[in-house]
Design a protein around this ligand. Structure first.
Ligand SMILES: [Ca+2]
Length: 429
């Protein structure tokens, strides 16, 4: 997300780069809404005109081309662009991050925050007998606990997970121990359901015996005769924190947007100044920005949020139109690589090839300056695999990229002994 946040500010200062290609860093593509699904197949690649200015091109993409996803998501791409502006501006206004140790309660909140994604909601240190618990803030007759495990390769750590309950938060008694089978939750929609048969408790604790890290995606607790998860949003804590712990606080978009019109206008005027030096015809947009500035200044403090919202988006659209008038953007198609998310935060695994996750491809975004951008995948005929690159030839007619095929059984093979592995599970140009 940092790339998205930086992108608009850097647009103003972007400079042409040597070379004749436009490359989109994969993490940007991974962040684009709707681009997590495979793109549609296409015919052979046409000759593609590319200009220089790689930096500006991908920054623009990051800032505003989310619309490309709409060909597959069937949503109004302009709404996606606007949502991205709101997110960027909200993040710009967050107070500066202060390096401080995450408290156990802050990390533990991720175990009952309603977010289920197959990753870890909380994460202790490797320690003896780690635990996590939630305070239901009242005594309930409990019907069941539903446990969503991590689904990214560490699920077996919880195969002998214990469920304990307490009425006072001091004395806990074990009411369940799992039988050693691995369970998941998010990926197979089969979380571990532990029946509690009406046991009375205010505190529910999950624990492991022996030395281990402890982490779960989400914990749900249901009382007899009730439909709602009584653990949701309740105070939680855990036995320790780790380098993977983080505070779980509301998203910046969860609070009401503030529509910083003045900031958008200020950036727009600076961009206009910069583009004039390049000979771009930006006077129409600059005049519009001046008019919007006048309207914003006339807006009474008690004006409804809708009025501010309208001015805010009009200003953003004007700035965007201006950015696309950059004479260095003298091409209509962007080339980029789309990649699958990594296992854990291990980007290196994606580069090993035989350990990488499949997905993505070499893609084009055509007519990116128009109101109808289109994304196409050039490699959809290849079997599932991973992609690195692309590099573009000097005349923009040939693309060089690396590809490795994905074999599900490789995960069960001796991965260190490479002689046993299929040759094309390594990257080939
Ligand atoms: Ca969670």
């Amino acid at each position: 997300m940092a790339g998205l946040v930086l992108s608009k500010a850097m647009l103003v200062a972007a400079r042409p780069l040597p070379g004749n290609k436009v490359l989109i860093p994969a993490p940007i593509c991974a962040l684009l809404p709707g681009m997590s699904k495979p793109l549609q197949a296409s015919e052979a690649a046409p000759a593609v005109r590319f200009g220089s200015l790689a930096l500006l091109a991908w920054l623009w993409l990051a800032a505003g081309m989310a619309g490309m996803a709409q060909t597959t998501a069937a949503r109004d791409w302009r709404q996606e662009v606007q949502a991205d502006w709101l997110l960027q501006d909200a993040k710009r206004m967050l107070p500066p991050a202060v390096e401080q140790k995450v408290r156990p309660e802050e990390d533990a909140a991720g175990g009952c925050d309603g977010v289920k994604n197959g990753q870890w909601g909380f994460h202790t240190e490797a320690q003896d007998n780690p635990w996590w618990q939630v305070d239901l803030q009242a005594r309930f007759s409990l019907e069941r606990v539903v446990l969503y495990n991590r689904c990214d390769g560490t699920a077996e750590r919880n195969s002998r997970i214990r469920v304990l309950v307490s009425e006072d938060g001091q004395d806990f008694r074990k009411v369940y121990q799992h039988d050693g089978t691995v369970f998941y939750g998010y990926t197979d929609q089969k979380p571990l359901v532990v029946k509690l048969n009406g046991v009375a408790a205010r505190f529910v604790r999950l624990a492991l015996a022996g030395q281990s890290y402890f982490h779960l995606d989400e914990v749900e607790v249901y009382a007899i005769g009730a439909q709602q998860n009584v653990a949701l949003g309740k105070p939680a804590t855990q036995s320790s924190t780790s380098q993977w712990s983080k505070p779980h606080s509301p998203s910046p978009l969860a609070v009401a947007p503030v529509y910083p019109i003045a900031t958008v206008l200020e950036r727009g005027f600076k961009l206009a100044e910069s583009l004039r030096r390049l000979g771009a015809a930006v006077e129409n947009e600059a005049a519009l920005l001046r008019e919007l500035k006048r309207q914003a200044e006339d807006l009474p403090p008690e004006a409804p949020a809708q009025a501010r919202r309208e001015l805010y988006f009009r200003a953003h659209w004007a700035v965007r139109a201006m950015a696309l008038r950059n004479p260095l953007l003298n091409f209509d198609t962007l080339l980029f690589v789309k990649r699958a998310p990594t296992m854990f935060p291990h980007m290196s695994d994606q580069h090993y090839g035989w350990w990488s996750r499949p997905g993505g491809g070499i893609c084009l975004l055509e007519d990116f300056k128009t109101g109808q951008p289109r994304a196409r995948c050039l490699t959809s005929d290849l079997p599932p695999g991973s992609f690195i690159g692309p590099e573009l030839s000097y005349d923009g007619r040939r693309v060089l990229f690396a590809y490795c095929r994905f074999y599900p059984q490789v995960a069960d093979m001796e991965k260190v002994d490479k002689e046993k592995l299929p040759a094309d599970c390594f990257y080939n140009l």
